[in-house]
Design a protein around this ligand. Sequence first.
Ligand SMILES: Nc1nc2c(ncn2[C@@H]2O[C@H](COP(=O)(O)OP(=O)(O)OP(=O)(O)O)[C@@H](O)[C@H]2O)c(=O)[nH]1
Ligand SMILES: [Zn+2]
Length: 197
Amino acid sequence: MQQADAAAVNGVINQEKIAAGVRMIIEAIGDDPDREGLKDTASRVARMYGEFFQGLHEDPRAYLQVVFDEQHDEMVLVKDVPFHSMCEHHLLPFHGRVHAAYIPRGRVVGLSKIARVIEVFARRPQVQERMTAQIADLLIDELDAHGVGIVVEASHTCMTMRGVKKPGSLMVTSAMRGSFKTDQATRSEFMSLVVSR
Ligand SMILES: Nc1nc2c(ncn2[C@@H]2O[C@H](COP(=O)(O)OP(=O)(O)OP(=O)(O)O)[C@@H](O)[C@H]2O)c(=O)[nH]1
Ligand SMILES: [Zn+2]
């Protein structure tokens, strides 16, 4: 396996290397990377990829360290959290919404922190199934919750703008942990809250 770039391993995305690669792509498609309209494109794309893949260098657990003691033992659901990620097969975007629920065990987390965790996992080369499972695993572990349920609905541009070209198709994935896996009533409550508009 090819080694990751040393700078990237140290937590800094190597933008010079990305820019050199983008320049090569422009040349390879038969255009001129130095012409007026393209002369800043390689460095611009490098900055953009820095943003898209920043989550590789962030630890999402950092966002779950501040919790509030709260004896709420019913379901908490954060619904319709928008995200953009990059499909690792084509490096094309997939985007959609995450619905994240948990049943606390005496500890609740700030509402925005779940969205921040989603953002960290989305800003990596991903497949939707893995992103869904990573969010679920992190929440159940860090919050010591009774259970966690995650549903992700997304449109993949690798399926809509190229290849099989099926605009409008949605991929739906779910990951259930703890009581969401073992208790049918909990799972049903979660799914009915997710589909209700
Ligand atoms: N399960 C899953 N598949 C994905 C995801 N993102 C992209 N894919 C699929 O990954 C597959 C890659 O298949 P390949 O046959 O190697 O690539 P390809 O020749 O470009 O395939 P086509 O898209 O069918 O043209 C495709 O079927 C994509 O639709 C994802 O998040 N999860
Ligand atoms: Zn793809």
